[in-house]
Design a binder for this molecule. Structure first.
Ligand code: SAM
Ligand code: SF4
Length: 442
């Protein structure tokens, strides 16, 4: 280490898109000689990459910012920046509210980070950049190779959303849907494969709506077909998919394209037609169930996971039981479940029939208990079966064990040497637990 080394510390809140955006921030700052650090006290720049989808992650950002005041008092050269959804939503208000904050950069301004930080350093004045652009430049940013290259990598294929579900802040803070050009996506994946990456996860708010905003471009199934042909790549995952845009062509891709993993994350949000309509989701309970069943017909081993919400305004006991019933019928492999959280500026936040906190908490508890049972049963049902695992690294618990995932996205731990990392290995599932499987090589 030389005395002139400069360090950047990034803390990420929220989803995989944000995790990946943070990787991109580190990449462009590395081009300006900033090295990543996990030690906040050593940092010259501290960036918080934020989420405002629910109230909880948003509150966490404010507490984290509060704690940074002392560091700034000790080091006046420190630059503190906030990016992501809270930055986009609050803009200059955030700078007015938090005096020790230097920079607010919105979701379309990530590529400008070096320039914006340079401005703050030169002027020592607060800076705000939250414009939306026709083109999202950061979509084409490739994260640089790292010394501990992973087996899997995220690849953004689109950003933003045009759907305006009545509860959701995303279209306001991420902007309209922007798909990345397929040539750029394919080029990035080829480069990743040359670096040893064996699995990519295509990211977007609604990946299967990919291309709808591009004239004459590829559809999502066509994009998958092209990625499937890239030599050296073994697995393709993608998230999140929107039920209304699940085409027959996409369903068939699960059976046809050998590198496409047999897993889909398909949020349903509610099992009640009344609630789905008020959410502006664009599908009915029956249509969702039909798509799920069709996926299982075409590909019986497919893993289906979803997002679901309880306590949306107007949700009565009957509606909630329809949600539980849908879960029982489809037997999800796992669920991300949330209490509805009113978001300022969305339509649902204005609905008069908001549900009280204790009812929301109770419903969430009931739902999670049901899903816990189903997940365990589905994991146990795999005992004795044979699965192909892409080995991703050493197990957290033991150095003699490695960890990886099944095509259906279940974590499997088994005895094996680090040489297996990056390889596809056949294992026999010995035991199914609540969150993972235990396997044995054959
Ligand atoms: N585009 C995806 C879709 O429509 O299925 C979901 C993206 S959203 C950022 C991720 C998840 O956050 C949603 O599926 C939903 O369950 C949850 N979510 C979004 N807004 C919420 C809110 N106001 N309260 C609680 N959960 C919310
Ligand atoms: Fe939000 Fe709905 Fe768009 Fe998903 S589809 S990001 S829930 S508005």
């Amino acid at each position: 280490m030389v005395p002139n080394d400069k360090f950047v510390y990034v803390r990420t809140f929220g989803c995989q898109m944000n995790v990946h955006d943070s990787e991109k921030m580190l990449t462009i700052l590395a081009e300006n000689d900033y090295r990543p650090t996990d030690d906040i006290h050593r940092a010259d720049i501290i960036l918080l990459n934020t989420c405002s989808v629910r109230a909880k992650p948003e509150h966490k950002v404010y507490s984290a910012l509060g704690r940074l005041k002392k560091l700034k008092e000790k080091n006046h050269h420190l630059v503190i920046g906030v990016g992501g959804c809270v930055a986009q939503q609050e803009g200059k208000r955030l700078l007015d509210r938090i005096g020790h904050l230097d920079l607010v950069f919105g979701t379309h301004n990530l590529h400008r980070l070096p320039e914006l930080i340079g401005d703050v350093q030169a002027s020592r004045k607060q800076k705000c950049a939250v414009e939306f652009y026709d083109e999202v430049k950061s979509l084409d940013l490739f994260p640089a190779p790292t010394y501990d290259e992973k087996v899997n990598s995220y690849v953004t294929i689109m950003q933003g959303c045009d759907n305006f579900c009545s509860f959701c802040i995303v279209p306001y803070v991420r902007g309209r849907q922007k798909s990345r050009h397929s040539e750029s996506i394919l080029e990035e994946i080829k480069a990743l494969t040359r670096r040893g990456v064996r699995e990519v996860t295509l990211l977007g708010q609604n990946v299967n709506s990919y291309g709808k905003d591009l004239s004459g471009g590829l559809t999502f199934p066509q994009l998958l077909t092209n990625i499937n042909e890239i030599g050296g790549l073994r697995r393709i995952r993608f998230t999140t998919s929107h039920p209304k845009d699940i085409s027959e062509e996409l369903i068939m891709a699960f059976g046809k394209l050998e590198n496409v993993c047999k897993h889909i994350h398909l949020p349903f949000q509610s099992g009640s037609d009344k609630i789905l309509e008020r959410m502006n989701r664009g599908y009915t309970r029956k249509q969702y169930l039909e798509k799920g069943e069709r996926l299982r017909d075409v590909c019986p081993e497919v893993g289906i996971t979803a997002d679901v919400m309880v306590g949306f305004p107007g949700e009565n006991e009957g509606d909630f039981h329809e949600t539980l019933d849908l879960i029982e019928r489809l037997q999800f492999d796992n669920l991300f479940s949330f209490k509805y959280s009113p978001r300022k500026g969305t339509r649902a936040a204005q609905f008069p029939d908001q549900i009280d906190e204790s009812t929301r908490s109770h419903r969430l508890e009931v739902l999670q208990k049901l899903q816990k049972r189903i997940t365990l049963e589905r994991n146990q049902a795999l005992e004795g079966s044979y699965e192909e695992i892409l080995v991703e690294g050493l197990s957290k618990g033991s150095k003699e064990e490695v960890t990886g995932r099944t095509s259906s996205n279940k974590v499997v731990n088994f005895r094996g040497s680090p040489d297996l990392i990056g390889q596809l290995v056949k294992v026999r599932v010995e035991e199914g637990y609540a969150n993972s499987l235990r396997g044995k090589t054959i």
